[in-house]
Design a protein around this ligand. Structure first.
Ligand SMILES: *Cc1c(COP(=O)(O)O)cnc(C)c1O
Length: 402
């Protein structure tokens, strides 16, 4: 069995075509032209309903959603925001972009926030971004209890966690605001795009205006059916003309590509989880590879697998990577690949970048392999076989027969 292509995404469902044709014909690509029911507005209503949130705002990327979330919180300039030391560079970037200061917190061997370090740093900050990196959910019960007690708002970066649940509740709906990505490597692919969800009328009104709802285009943002629309209208009226416009809107074509994928989410989650758990069970048979357990309240939605190399030094880790590469599989070790955007020491745009010894140690042995939901069992076995053989090559080369 040859190795599958793990980089290309699933085809966009054929059901997207009539709407895309209609948009090409009408050239009605801007979300605020149609009097109502523009594809972007329909996407927002459908996404909010899917997640069980009151409001959604679709924007140009998850980075834009994170930036607008921070701006919506109306924090004073240079306020500190606690973020995990293991996340994508977009997260500290959004904090810097919003004229705020990131404070980095240690992450454990299981890729999740170290609650002791989080607790120790919480008093310095005025907001928190929890990044569910690669879909690994941090302990949201502990985090929400700590933050609620101090009245610190929590933004969830769920870019890579669509479909993950915590105690049965959708990730992204536990904090004050949740942010998701439609970039091509995420569960729903529009090339680019993002969306934020919240139950807070004031926050969403601020984010809507700053996303580029100039004049009274915000009138096209509705409260969900059965909700009191008064709160939202009052919030828009309160913020009219008071906020800058950053123009981070999503266009109708992107929404037309995203909407037909929403009914596919449940299947992608189910298959992605089964694929991940199957490969995890194979890798865990090796003494040198360990896939951390999920937390008990968590049901994951993985489209990749992360595992730690055990009892291997840096030279052995490098040899493992090249043995896998020789067999045709690219294994990324987060801390070992040059200029990796998920290694905190490469976020040199952050002032006073700290050292995080525990997170660094994890990054130097944590491997990342893409595992899209569309893979079949023989393809999963081919990937697991390569990983097992590569680790065997390095750690237990077969003795030559005398
Ligand atoms: C992809 C990703 C982002 C950024 O999403 P964009 O839509 O590309 O801006 C942020 N955080 C995490 C954890 C991601 O995986």
């Amino acid at each position: 069995m040859s190795l599958p292509d793990v980089y290309s995404a699933e085809p966009i469902p054929d059901s997207a075509r009539p709407e895309i044709d209609r948009l090409l014909q009408s050239a009605d690509l801007f979300r605020y032209t149609a009097p109502e029911d523009a594809p972007v507005a329909l996407l927002e209503a459908e996404f909010a309903a899917l997640l069980g949130s009151k409001y959604a705002l679709a924007v140009s990327s998850c980075s834009a959603a994170l930036f607008l979330s921070l701006k919506a919180l109306d924090l004073p300039r240079d306020a500190k925001v606690l973020i995990p030391g293991f996340t994508f560079a977009a997260v500290p970037s959004s904090v810097v972009h919003a004229d705020l200061q990131p404070v980095l917190c240690e992450v454990g061997e299981n890729y999740r926030i170290d609650i002791a370090d989080f607790t120790a740093k919480l008093d310095e900050v005025q907001a928190v971004i929890i990044s569910h990196m690669r879909g690994h959910t941090s302990d949201m019960d502990a985090i929400m209890a700590l933050c609620d007690a101090k009245n610190i708002p929590v933004i969830e970066d769920a870019a890579h966690s669509l479909g993950t649940t915590w105690n049965g509740r959708n990730i992204g709906t536990i904090g004050k605001i949740g942010c998701f990505s439609f970039q091509s490597y995420k569960l729903v692919n529009a090339g680019e795009g993002g969306i934020l969800v919240t139950d807070d009328a004031d926050l969403v009104a601020r984010a809507v205006i700053m996303s580029g709802a100039y004049e009274h285009t915000w009138q096209k943002h509705k409260a969900p059916e059965g909700e009191n629309t008064g709160d939202l209208q009052a919030a828009f009226a309160r913020w009219q003309n008071k906020l800058p416009l950053y123009n981070l809107r999503l266009g109708n074509l992107s929404a037309a590509i995203i909407r037909p994928q929403l009914p596919e989410v449940a299947r992608r989650v189910r298959d992605g989880r089964a694929n991940h758990d199957y490969v995890a069970s194979r890798l865990n048979e090796s003494a040198w590879m360990q896939v951390p357990d999920k937390l008990a309240p968590e049901e994951r939605a993985p489209d990749s697998i992360q595992f730690n190399l055990v009892d291997m030094d840096d030279a052995q880790i490098a040899a493992f990577q090249s043995a896998a590469q020789t067999r045709g599989l690219k294994v990324q070790v987060f801390g070992a690949s040059k200029d990796n955007a998920r290694a905190f020491w490469n976020w040199q745009f952050v002032p006073n970048l700290p050292e995080l010894p525990q997170t660094r140690k994890m990054l130097m042995k944590a491997c990342d392999v893409r595992l899209p939901a569309r893979l079949k069992k023989d393809e999963l076995d081919a990937i697991a076989d390569v990983l097992m053989a590569a680790v065997q090559d390095v750690m237990a080369p077969r003795q030559a027969i005398a």
